[in-house]
Write a protein that binds this ligand. Structure first.
Ligand SMILES: NC(=O)c1ccc[n+]([C@@H]2O[C@H](COP(=O)([O-])OP(=O)(O)OC[C@H]3O[C@@H](n4cnc5c(N)ncnc54)[C@H](OP(=O)(O)O)[C@@H]3O)[C@@H](O)[C@H]2O)c1
Length: 272
């Protein structure tokens, strides 16, 4: 580069981030499991950034209450609720049809709904296949099918979009009592990598990986308490769901325009 382009020899003139790099004004963002906890905070962050937000979940009342809370936070914001079960055979299709009934194109999809599964006191060999299957239907096949159905029109129209899958530390280490959950989140991580490779450059596919996160910042289980007491969390505390939503906002926005196939660990520095 000439001196004129670079200023002082070898030092380029900084371009800086676009002022609206973290804004999502007018974009459509769908959050599965957006009616509580992490999903609700993700919906809030996307709404605050200017997106039209669609929250999904199985319980209508919970969705309605969540929508009220979101509109209190951002009066005049656009929040749509869609009742649906991502684990049902026709669930992703029904959810996508309902979303497309209102918005032709989806710009951001957050696959957040999950199931841990009732497997805590059972040896892995003794877990019935249907229990494993329900966990995989929710945590792997739901996100896969929802992504395909919701983003097809974007791909056909040559529009860019961002998908964020919500993982867990369980994807990277064993979690006693939750072999189905751990395996399904590990599979979701590899699916994230595959889709990032197959859907680029238009569609970016990334993941966030929450650590132990509760709404009141208090560990809910003995495991979280002992981890905290033993110094296993360098930040020295449990996380809040809004601390995950900030990472999702980054990945959803143009600020992450060169980031795909990545995972951001929001876990207080815990090793994984
Ligand atoms: N909290 C943590 O400490 C933690 C740690 C690591 C990873 N994560 C991950 O973070 C994400 C959110 O966790 P969370 O603790 O916030 O979950 P949560 O409080 O249990 O909320 C789950 C949300 O998903 C919805 N949902 C559950 N099953 C669904 C289904 N089959 N179809 C559609 N919606 C469904 C729920 O609404 P309905 O019940 O009405 O459907 C709810 O809105 C999950 O992917 C989880 O694996 C959480």
């Amino acid at each position: 580069m000439s001196d004129a382009a670079t200023g002082i020899a070898g030092i380029h003139k900084p371009r800086g981030l676009a002022g609206d790099a973290f804004r999502l004004d007018g974009r459509v963002a769908v959050v599965s499991g957006g009616s509580k906890n992490i999903g609700l905070e993700i919906a809030a962050a996307l709404l605050q950034a200017g997106a039209h937000v669609v929250i999904t979940g199985r319980k209508r009342d919970q969705l309605i209450a969540a929508r009220e809370g979101l509109l209190e936070l951002v009066p005049g914001g656009e929040v749509t609720t869609v009742v649906g079960d991502v684990s049902a055979a026709d669930g992703p299709e029904r959810i996508a049809d309902a979303v497309h009934g209102r918005y032709e194109i989806v710009d951001v999809l957050v696959n957040n709904a999950h199931l841990t599964g009732a497997t805590r006191d059972i040896h892995t060999f003794d877990i019935p296949r249907e229990v494993f299957r329900e966990v995989f239907d929710t945590n792997l096949f739901g996100p896969l099918e929802l992504t395909g159905r919701l983003l097809k029109p974007s791909i056909e129209a040559g529009r860019s979009a961002s998908v964020i899958n919500v993982l867990s530390g369980a994807a990277f280490r064993t979690t006693p009592g939750l072999p189905g959950y751990s395996s399904s989140k590990a599979a979701l991580w590899m699916l994230t990598r595959h889709l990032a490779e197959e859907c680029g450059p238009l569609i970016r596919v990334n993941a966030v990986c929450p650590g132990i996160v509760t709404e009141d910042g208090q560990p809910r289980f003995a495991y979280g308490r002992s981890l905290l007491e033993s110094g296993g969390i360098p930040m020295g505390r449990i996380g809040g769901p809004e601390e995950v939503s900030a990472a999702v906002l980054y990945l959803a926005s143009d600020a992450a325009s060169y980031t795909t196939g990545a995972v951001i660990h929001c876990n207080g520095g815990r090793s994984w």
